[in-house]
Design a protein around this ligand. Structure first.
Ligand SMILES: Nc1ncnc2c1ncn2[C@@H]1O[C@H](COP(=O)(O)OP(=O)(O)O)[C@@H](O)[C@H]1O
Ligand SMILES: [Mg+2]
Length: 271
């Protein structure tokens, strides 16, 4: 075991595992994968694929020892293939999602194009930090509304092609800025909100043409806005407005959303 590398790296399968120490001298330097998030099902790393200049997001689903090995292998394969298929489908239809680079369902990984940007959640958090500064609010309000409109358009386009995301949150929506200054800077006033909205994390996505499923997708996003960004409640109506304009049939989904909300409220009253 290489004593210099962090322990978690060793859980990664080849070709993402660090080079064994014996070969280290004869091979080019191998950057260590950087752990981005650790969810219940998957670990996401920022690393590279095939060449050191090709960045990728590596979603690794380690074996679950609490599940029967045959079942575990089947679930892992199903999820990786389902996510890859939906990503390929979305790209073919012109929706901005990460490109699939490679997958190995036996080893448990899916490698996709690295999106050089931040989650919408991070942008909103920053915006809300700056919200007591009246100048910042006035300057950025318009840009932010435009960003919300682009979110609505993207989600609309996804629904139009018959994909329901299943876990629409502001962490699963990213902004790829037009000019690349965004990532390093943390000062809100340096934010550039121009760029493409990129939808990620299709692990729970399904193909559906049902208005109900699409309305639930929107409801989940609305709840995500409300719970993680309560001060930003004026923003979500703009997402819905743009969604309504995005495709034929969107207005029907918005109508359906009203029913879903009512049911949600009744359910929460019943406890
Ligand atoms: N292609 C990507 N480019 C850049 N960052 C990504 C990419 N995929 C995932 N991430 C980052 O990793 C986080 C978790 O990835 P995600 O696919 O949403 O997995 P999970 O199922 O654990 O939520 C995202 O919220 C985002 O910050
Ligand atoms: Mg996610």
């Amino acid at each position: 075991m290489a004593s210099t590398a962090p322990a978690f790296v060793h859980t990664l399968p080849a070709p993402f595992a660090p080079v064994p120490l014996a070969d280290a001298d004869s091979l080019p330097p191998h950057p260590v994968p950087e752990l981005i998030t650790q969810g219940a099902e998957a670990l996401v790393y920022r690393t590279h694929f095939l060449t050191t200049s090709t960045l990728c997001a590596l979603k690794y689903r380690p074996k679950k020892s609490y599940r029967h090995p045959t079942l575990d292998a089947r679930l892992t394969k199903g999820r990786i293939l389902a996510e890859a298929r939906v990503l390929v489908r979305c790209r073919k239809e012109g929706l901005a999602v990460p490109a699939v680079m490679g997958a190995d369902w036996e080893a448990g990984w899916l490698a996709t194009e690295w999106i050089d940007g931040q989650t919408i959640r991070a942008y909103l958090d920053d915006y809300l930090h700056g919200i007591d500064d009246a100048n910042v609010v006035a300057e950025q309000q318009e840009e932010l509304m435009e960003l919300m409109a682009r979110v609505g358009e993207s989600v609309g386009k996804m629904h139009e092609i018959g994909i329901v995301h299943g876990d629409l949150t502001t962490s699963n929506l990213m902004l790829r800025p037009k000019n690349k200054s965004g990532r390093e800077s943390s000062a809100y006033t340096n934010r550039d909100l121009e760029g493409d909205v990129v939808i990620i994390d299709f692990g729970l996505a399904v193909q559906s043409i049902q208005d109900e499923d699409k309305a639930v997708d929107l409801y989940v996003l609305e709840r995500a806005f409300g719970s993680t960004h309560p001060q930003a409640e004026n923003l979500f109506p703009e997402v819905l407005r743009a969604y309504g304009e995005s495709h034929k049939g969107a207005k029907v989904v918005l109508k359906r959303l009203e029913d879903v909300r009512l049911r949600g409220r009744k359910k929460s009253m019943l406890g």
